[in-house]
Design a protein. Sequence first.
Lengths: 553, 252
Amino acid sequence: MTSTTDTSTTEAKPGFVGGAANYLDERLSVSAVLKGFGRKVFPDHWSFMLGEVALYSFVILVLSGTFLTFFYQPSMAEVHYDGSYAPLKGAQMSIAYASSLDISFDIRGGLIMRQVHHWAALLFVAAAGLHMLRVFFTGAFRKPRELNWVVGFLLFLMGMGAGFTGYSLPDDLLSGNGLRIIDGMIKGIPVIGTAFSSGFFGGEFPGTEVVARLYSLHIMILPALIIVLIGVHLMMVIIHKHTHYSGPGRTDDNVVGYPLMPVYVAKAGGFFFLVFGVVAAIAATFTINPIWNYGPYDPSPVSAGTQPDWYIGWLDGALRLAPSGWDISIFDYVIPMGVMVPLIVSLLFLALVAAYPFIENWVTKDKREHHVLDRPRNAPTRTAIGAAGVTFYAVLWAGASTDLIATNFQMSLNQVLVAMQIMLLIGPGIAYFVTKRACIALQNKDREVVLHGRETGRVVRLPHGEYIEVHETVDKYELWKLIDYKDYQPVLARPDSNGKISLSNRLRSAVSKIYFEDRIAPVSKAEYELAHADHAPEAVEQKPSRKRKSIDA
Amino acid sequence: MRRRPWAAGLVVFLGLVLSGGGYATATNIVQAEAGSPIQVEEGRKLFLANCASCHGTNGEGAIGGPSLIGVGAASVDFQVGTGRMPGQGSGPQLRAKPVQFTQEQISAMAAYVASLAPGPAIPDEEYLRGDGDATHGGELFRINCAMCHNAVGAGGALTEGKFAPALAGSTPKHTYEAMVTGPQNMPVFNDANLTPEDKKDIITYLKYIEDNDSVAGFELGSIGPVAEGLFTWIFGLGFIIAITVWLGAKSN
């Protein structure tokens, strides 16, 4: 076949593909775009593909969701069910629920599409969450990517919102119970709560409006926002270029990897189908959200084991773990702290997550651009903060299943609840301490390895009778990984031009001390050369120098 | 308009007779079909040997267990027939365990306990066949039972280590008996609350969901979104991460 070279100089007639490509190129200058865009370089690492998984899950969601919109009817008008599922025949229910049942039982391919959609939704938020953790623990949110962290954070929130609105659409008992909890939380907000709830539900809960409103949110507003934010997110990836892990020749000024065309287009395209395949295989073999089991929504029954989908679980857990009896009465007006405490705590947690890049930057005052990622151990305090945050979230998350933990492990529900409350308070602290010490220990080990090499276990006798153990020096690739990280030092609070030390300066200096006072400095060139100079075993024996409470002059 | 003074009294009297009589006929507190004297005597012997240490030699109750006077044959048939009695160990709740007696022995003990005082009887076969209205049964189940036993009877937690057991594997007879006697922490659903026909419908619904496998694949224990979320993280994402590691590995 003829290649797409300049046609004016070719003698052979271009084939169909060549001709078509040329036709397009002359009108749209595709080649210029491809030349630039197609040569974008992406580094190779498995952890860089997690965001991709979220993106592909979203594509699967759009495809399967479009199918579902053809058959789903967002109406709360009452009908008598006349479909195939015997134990609901003749039952009174909303059209929304009846059409969801029809999708499951009477529309060809409907059930698997519903299951693909729901499993992909769980995977979408899970992959996005894991991607966020990867970005956090490798420090990929540092300058210049702080804003993209915020965009990603918003995407995660939108994913939660889109998930919850979708969960509520079938109008079955489970989703109705979930909506009732949201209604209760809204009504618990002082002053505006009641008005806001009746505005949202179009009157008293559940009303006849809410499903149609959730449908607009679910298929139009939230997906549109997600698409726009994904666009911004990926645009910023192109502007900033991708980060990479440290290695020889990898610096903050370059990116080492393979070009988009043809390597990544092939890899990513194939990866999409692999993700789709996994989701389809799960959807074909495992039941998700069997709405026919839950029955039509009716405000009176509540089923045991009523839980939200996993990504809302931590909020449900916060409600469950909030102690009772904290309500405040102002004259006749009660502020329900059982609702307000979880609401405030979860909003604060989200705010901290969103603001973390700015907080860390305020501490380090680091104005440099960072394109080489940190190994988590080389930023011990950040990693410890992350571990504390993960623990906090995980306890709240587990809190949503206190009843299932109690029955499945034969424990008392009340004691499980109290144990979780205690874990929520002390767990993050323990995680912080253990993680920080583990990181510092690993850094110390890395220093040993760089200076001494790896212990091989081979003991040799020298001609003069001395026994030594042979140490194997690490190769250049390994060496880069071990020594290439930034060394921050605690900042001292200094007087400003008026000779005063401002409160924020004092605070910053205190936080900076927490961050960096017990850091392990990377091996310097001098140390390395000294350790590897011949006949200098005494230098090798030195303990790694540990800079404590040093001050930047 | 003047009323005769006794008119009010008559109305009250009629009201009491009607409601009380109606209640008595509607509830299930009727004498169980009396077992033969030989069966009752056989039951008494078994009772003395196996139950009397906790429930008293005449079933009047003792330190270890409650009085059995008036609990009826249904209660004995349920408790002993599911292995919960004779009780073993202490804990928030007695668990079902392998049955200790033959059905003949259980029936004898049931006949003995029923002979002490009237109580709920062992249900007729006609309510247990599972040929009622599953839709109605499902609705009643969701309203009356699902808050403890879960919408498909997968079970659920109660306070302080007590729990509502999963219903899969429970026979229609035991399910019916549990409803009329309210064992352990379960409330009594007498015939005024749920008529025998209602109970038959509930049994029909439970039988339907037990006999028909999920059309949508493995059910992950029917415990709802928690199992689905764990599955997503462990198997869904786990498998996909394995793929990313494979794709990210150097080709050599």
